[in-house]
Design a protein around this ligand. Structure first.
Ligand code: HEM
Length: 227
């Protein structure tokens, strides 16, 4: 058995980077925007969804292994790829080159957005000990305050749009890199399908921001003293 070369390790890391963008991160984003859009149905279904998530057994381990580790790997590997790659778009003005630049740009925006987003939601929730049924009233109050100002709304609209574009365009790149879509016609059709999918996710996210902005409602814990 020969030893693995540096080139093979690099290739493997690129493949894992591409895969983590889809599973689990892309799946998480789809699920997260769907669950948050329950707010457009009513504040109670939204509160129950937060209750369910925050009462899951081993929640912290699920978050560490299925969200934080893949997210950190994907982010830092993305920064590394951007550092070593040449930015062609300035020299060759093809739409695909612009998509390539936008993919890296939105990745950077999402990275900064996530530091802000988790710094205002998950971090204070854990820091202040708002566990189990106490999590929902705290997080809903945070969201109501975020969406009470135009600064907060714009931060979220930019964060959502960057994340959905990055995911939809990344899905296209994933299918090509893994040999799932071959041929120029199939690739053009797939780019339309993925952009429609990204557009649908964006609508879900924007509708949630609109609902929070128009109708801020506070809630009390579903079960008092249960945490
Ligand atoms: C309408 C837009 C959004 C709303 C209302 C929202 C709301 C929330 C809330 C309330 C939490 C805390 C969940 C908890 O601790 O139980 C959270 C966590 C999180 N959000 Fe968002 N979010 C939105 C958009 C996004 C976007 C666009 C991304 C991705 C770029 C994102 C990524 C995350 C991540 C990674 C966490 C931490 C997950 C965890 O620790 O369980 N969110 N979000």
């Amino acid at each position: 058995m020969g030893s693995i070369s540096k080139g093979q390790v690099h290739f493997l890391l690129l493949k894992i980077h591409s895969l983590t963008g889809l599973v689990p991160i892309g799946l998480f984003l789809t699920f997260h925007l769907l669950v948050n859009s329950l707010r457009t149905v009513g504040v109670l279904p939204y509160q129950w969804s937060i209750d369910v998530i925050n009462n899951l057994p081993f929640l912290i381990w699920i978050e560490i292994f299925f969200i934080y580790i893949p997210l950190l790997f994907h982010s830092f590997m993305g920064i590394y790829i951007t550092q070593v790659a040449k930015l062609n778009a300035i020299r060759y003005r093809y739409p695909r080159n612009w998509m390539y630049v936008l993919q890296r740009l939105t990745g950077a925006v999402v990275f900064v957005f996530l530091i802000y987003h988790m710094g205002t939601t998950v971090a204070p929730k854990i820091w202040n000990g708002h566990h189990l049924f106490e999590a929902a009233p705290f997080l809903i109050d945070v969201m109501n305050q975020e969406f009470a100002t135009w600064t907060g709304r714009i931060i979220y609209l930019v964060g959502i749009l960057s994340a959905t574009f990055h995911f939809a365009n990344g899905l296209w790149a994933f299918c090509i890199s893994w040999g799932i879509i071959v041929g120029p016609r199939a690739q053009r059709n797939a780019s339309i399908v993925f952009m429609l999918f990204g557009g649908a996710l964006t609508v879900l996210g924007f509708a949630t921001v609109l609902e929070f902005s128009l109708h801020p409602v506070d809630v009390v814990p579903t079960f008092k003293g249960a945490s």
